[in-house]
Design a protein around this ligand. Structure first.
Ligand SMILES: Cc1ncc(COP(=O)(O)O)c(C=O)c1O
Length: 390
């Protein structure tokens, strides 16, 4: 049958949008590690930002009870009112400001919130300023929306402080947003309050990813962009703080005028976050604080172990990470090409780590080690790496 004038054996034709998206190297390493495991290898996973803890017990209980009670329906696209109110209270306490629950939109993870916000802000040809090294998905989301990421480098020597003067110099009439992450992935850096306030005063709105807020060490304190501006778009979620990665629950606190267009995007793209997962999120906020404290203490001890151990092996680490659960270490002594080095280490030692170039050119020559693995795993990883690198 001749169908609509198509030649008999026509190749599939794809749009070009996905050509602009880079592979997520942490996932590529993990997928190779899984293949080695299928062949019988015992791989130590330090490549992925996935807490090894279960969520607070109340979370699983609330989720199971919600399923049993039939809470399996669509909800308001912006999220359950009780959850939005609880998020506004919790985030408001951490940020030191009052938040109107009407500015909260609940999403299936922080990642969909990111897509909604860049979809709202970015037109083809627009620019978004991103401090780098950076979480790999930011430039990919910006490009997906037709925009161009403009990178402003930060360096380990001054604690990855994002210099407001350098950001100001990168602003053009096409700049639509400035992306900040504090505490940051991969560096663990926490931006000082004066930097957050100076960035907020530059003009373009801040898109502030605060998903690691609450996971800080020693005397580090997070300054939320909400404390600096009512115009900021703040991303946060349950994946890291509450070890709820697989639940897929996040949220954004946005300027009041942005809520309605974001609501319309959410209705169309995702409809709503899962009903029973939102109920689990409410339980996390109401009953999870002790578990979060215990997990954070454990990450702090692991960070110490990993940072000291890597320095002993000859990796460069000018300062300890102040937050999140990664150690980002200079590996140039062992190889300039971080992708090659990470895969070499994986094949030779069965220790999986993430190449620094995943976080942009500024991260080339570095490796990211995740502390989301238990202390015995970290010790064994250091031992294997030590044997190989010596
Ligand atoms: C900085 C940062 N933002 C966002 C995410 C994605 O989080 P979610 O699981 O909420 O989509 C991650 C995950 O690693 C991250 O490191």
């Amino acid at each position: 049958m001749k169908a609509l004038g198509y030649p008999a054996a026509m190749a599939l034709v794809f749009g070009t949008r996905s050509d602009r998206i880079e592979p997520f190297l942490a996932m590529e390493v993990m997928e190779r590690a899984f293949a080695l495991e299928r062949g019988g290898a015992k791989v130590l996973h330090l490549e992925i930002g996935e807490p090894d803890f279960p969520p607070p017990p109340a979370v699983n209980e609330a989720c199971a009870a919600a399923l049993a009670a039939g809470d399996t329906h669509y909800t308001d696209s912006r999220g359950l009112p009780d959850l939005r109110a609880a998020i506004a209270r919790d985030k408001g306490e951490r940020a030191g400001v009052e938040i109107d629950p009407g500015r909260v939109i609940v999403t299936s993870g922080t990642s969909p919130a990111m897509l909604l916000i860049f979809s709202l802000l970015v037109d083809p040809g627009d620019e978004v300023i991103v401090g780098t090294p950076h979480y790999p998905c930011y430039p990919n989301f910006v490009r997906f929306c037709g925009g161009e990421p403009v990178f402003v480098p930060t360096s380990a020597e001054d604690g990855y402080r994002l210099d407001p003067d350098a950001v100001a110099a990168a602003i053009t009439p096409r700049t639509r947003a400035i992306v900040t992450t504090s505490p940051a992935n991969p560096t663990g850096a926490v931006q000082p309050p004066e930097v957050v306030h100076a960035l907020a005063a530059l003009g373009p709105p801040l898109v502030s990813d605060e998903i690691y807020d609450g996971l800080v060490y020693d005397d580090a304190r997070v300054t939320s962009a909400l404390a600096a501006s009512d115009e900021a778009f703040v991303l946060d979620g349950f994946s890291k703080r509450y070890a709820m990665t697989g639940f897929r629950l996040g949220y954004a606190v946005v300027p009041e005028p942005a809520l309605r267009p974001l609501q319309i995007l959410q209705q169309n793209l995702f409809i709503s976050a899962n009903h029973f997962v939102q109920i689990a999120g409410l339980a996390a906020l109401e009953h999870g604080a002790d578990t979060v404290r215990e997990m954070c203490d454990a990450y702090g001890r692991r960070r110490r172990l990993l940072a000291d151990g890597l320095r002993e092996l000859g990796f460069g680490l000018p300062a300890d990470p102040a937050g999140a659960f990664y150690v980002f270490a200079d590996a140039r002594k062992f190889g300039a090409d971080s992708r090659k080095l990470a895969f070499e280490l994986l094949e030779a030692t069965h220790v999986a780590v993430t190449p620094g170039v995943d976080f942009g050119e500024a991260g080339e020559g570095w490796l990211r080690f995740s502390c989301a693995a238990a202390e015995p795993v970290l010790r064994e990883a250091l031992e294997r790496l030590g044997k190989h690198l010596r």
